[in-house]
Structure formats: structure tokens, C-alpha cells
Design a protein around this ligand. Structure first.
Ligand code: PEP
Ligand code: MN
Length: 336
């Protein structure tokens, strides 16, 4: 159960609501976010929620019995809009394209990608400065020094930054220079990291775990939301299956199902989803038709020379083509 409290509710009023809910056999958790204040009630008894709806200080009340509540569409029907400032938004009806290299490698590379995105009117650049690599000997990123250089140039180009956060100690620095913090598949259920991200006032994009269910992804989002941060995006990036013909099994099904279950924007990552450059485009377009609110994919001037994930990275000519086709597909979808 979610009880939405009136803005600026007096502590005494809140206490008496809490006592009433507890007396009905429900445990309560108080959640305060950038947007509002809630009491989450967890319990088994069957109550008539009208008993609570009329209490002073309650603005609304919703019965949500899933493991995730605040991220559910069951209480918030209106889609969440993520506002990055300067007119850049990600939400249903405002399709977002995010593109850039797997790893940030050099100043020259940063500028080449920014120019490519600017030429195509793309407003958000992706890139990792902290890279989770399967092998400890692989390139692990330029760290915050790379991010500072990226930030300077991104400012000049008027382009926003999305980059991965791997541990809580990186959050403070990343928040200074990034516009969206990405939680990678390998950290999807790092609950300490999710708790820490609940405390920041910065959008967070949560990627689905390598073998994570949608329910688990939604509960991970619930961690961040209930920690105080409502600015969340979810990302389908493929899951591990028995198939070996491609890197991951891009779960297109996840897109409409997530759209039904949550009010958060749903982003598709066909680069990690299939892991093969030749098929990033069809999977990106399929994700648009499946109802995604945005696409994130890897691009690089010379993918063959990329420090990581070159095999799934588009060169600029391929990326130009994909952007054009994504826009045409979004327009087609809107026309239905
Ligand atoms: C990435 O986006 O660079 C990345 C490492 O993705 P994932 O966490 O989905 O593997
Ligand atoms: Mn990558």
C-alpha cells in the first residue's frame, strides 16, 4: 500500500497516520523523495483503504501488493519524465537517443563523437570512464580525469553525459560532471550502491542484470526510489541464455512488459543486447516498435580500434543511418 502524504505535513499528523496504519496490522516505511512524501505499508490483512483515505494529511492512497510499489504503474499512471535541463527530456512521447563509445579513450575521441552527435542533433552522449571488464587486464577506463575532459567538451557542444558508476565512492565526483549515472548489468543488484544512489539528486539509469528477471529489475529501481530518488530510467540490455550465436539474448518482450508495469522510461541497449555490429540496427528499430522510450547504442570513429566492445560498435556512417531510421520508426509508431 502507498499512502501519499500532503506536502509539508506536520510530524504529529504523520505520526497519527502511521499509528492508524500500524494498528491495522501494517508495518510502515516513510519515504521522502525530491518530489514528495509517502508511507509504504506492508502487511497481509485485508483492509478497506477508505478508512485511511479520509485521514488528515493523506492526499491519496493506493493498493499495490507487488514487491515493488513506488515504481509501479498501479499508482502512478502518468509516465515519469526525466528532465536533464536545457530542454533535454526523456519520457514517453519524447524519444531519446543516446550514443557514444563503450569507453572514453582520449580527448580526440571525445571530440569526434561529440561532433558526430551534434551533426545528427543527438543530445546525450554515452561512454564509460569506469569500465567493468571481465578480465582485470583489459582497459578499465580513464576515471574521473577522463570525465573532466569529456565534461568540458560536452559543455561546449551542449550535449549531456551518461556514464557508469561502479561504486558509492565514485558518486560524488560523477555527480559533478555527469547528467545521468548508469548502473551496469553487473551491479544491478548491488544494494549498497542502489541505497547510495537513492540519496543523490541526479537521474539514474538501471540496467537489467545479466540474469536478472524483470521483477528483480523493478525491485532494484524500488531501492533507489524508496531511498529518495525518483529520477529513474530502466534499460533492457540482454540477458544470458544458452544461445551462443550472439553475445546476449536481447529480450524484446521486456519492453512492453516493463512499459505496462512501471511509469519509468524504458530504454533499449541493442549494442550489448546482441553484441554484433551488423544487427544493432534491426534490434534498435525493433525496440522502437516494441514501445521503448529511448535507445542507447555504441558508436566510434573507428570501431576496429576501440579499446572495448568494437565488435558491437557502429562507425559514424552506420550511426548516421541508424539515427535517421530510428526517427523514421518513431514517427511511424506515432502515426498508428
Ligand atoms: C556499458 O554500457 O558500457 C556496459 C558495460 O553495459 P552493461 O552493464 O549492460 O554490460
Ligand atoms: Mn560496452
Amino acid at each position: 500500500m502507498i499512502i501519499q502524504l500532503q506536502p509539508g505535513i506536520a510530524p504529529k499528523q504523520k505520526e497519527s497516520i502511521q499509528q492508524k496504519v500500524n494498528s491495522l496490522g501494517y508495518k510502515t516505511t516513510n519515504v521522502i523523495t525530491q518530489e514528495g512524501e509517502y508511507l509504504i505499508g506492508i502487511g497481509k490483512s485485508d483492509i478497506d483503504i477508505r478508512e485511511l483515505g479520509g485521514l488528515d494529511g493523506v492526499s491519496d492512497i493506493h493498493r499495490v501488493s507487488d514487491g515493488y510499489k513506488l515504481v509501479s504503474r498501479k499508482w502512478k499512471v502518468r509516465p515519469t519524465s526525466i528532465n536533464l535541463g536545457d530542454g533535454v527530456k526523456i519520457c514517453e512521447g519524447d524519444f531519446a537517443i543516446m550514443s557514444g563509445p563503450c569507453s572514453i579513450e582520449s580527448e580526440e575521441q571525445i571530440v569526434s563523437v561529440l561532433q558526430h552527435l551534434k551533426d545528427n542533433g543527438v543530445q546525450i552522449m554515452r561512454g564509460g570512464v569506469y569500465k567493468p571488464r571481465s578480465s582485470p587486464y583489459a582497459f578499465r577506463g580513464l576515471g574521473v580525469e577522463g570525465l573532466k575532459i569529456w565534461y568540458q567538451h560536452a559543455q561546449e557542444f551542449g550535449i549531456k553525459i551518461i556514464t557508469e558508476v561502479m561504486q558509492s565512492s565514485q558518486i560524488e565526483d560523477l555527480c559533478k560532471y555527469a547528467d545521468i549515472l548508469q548502473v551496469g548489468a553487473r551491479n544491478s543488484q548491488n544494494f549498497n550502491l542502489l541505497d547510495a544512489l537513492g540519496e543523490v539528486d541526479k537521474p539514474v539509469m538501471l540496467k537489467r542484470g545479466i540474469s536478472g528477471s524483470l521483477d528483480e529489475l523493478l525491485q532494484c529501481a524500488e531501492y533507489v526510489f524508496s531511498g529518495g530518488n525518483e529520477k529513474l530510467l530502466l534499460c533492457e540490455r540482454g540477458i544470458r541464455s544458452y544461445e551462443t550465436a550472439y553475445r546476449n539474448t536481447f529480450d524484446l518482450n521486456a519492453i512492453p512488459i516493463l512499459k505496462e508495469k512501471t511509469h519509468l522510461p524504458v530504454i533499449a541497449d541493442p549494442s550489448h543486447g546482441i553484441g554484433l555490429r551488423a544487427y544493432v540496427e534491426p534490434m534498435a528499430l525493433a525496440a522502437v516498435m516494441a514501445g521503448a522510450d529511448g535507445v542507447i547504442y555504441e558508436s566510434h570513429a573507428v570501431p576496429e580500434k576501440a579499446f572495448s566492445d568494437g565488435q558491437q560498435t557502429l562507425n559514424f556512417a552506420e550511426s548516421d543511418e541508424l539515427i535517421r531510421k530510428i526517427r523514421a520508426t518513431v514517427a511511424l509508431r506515432k502515426s498508428f
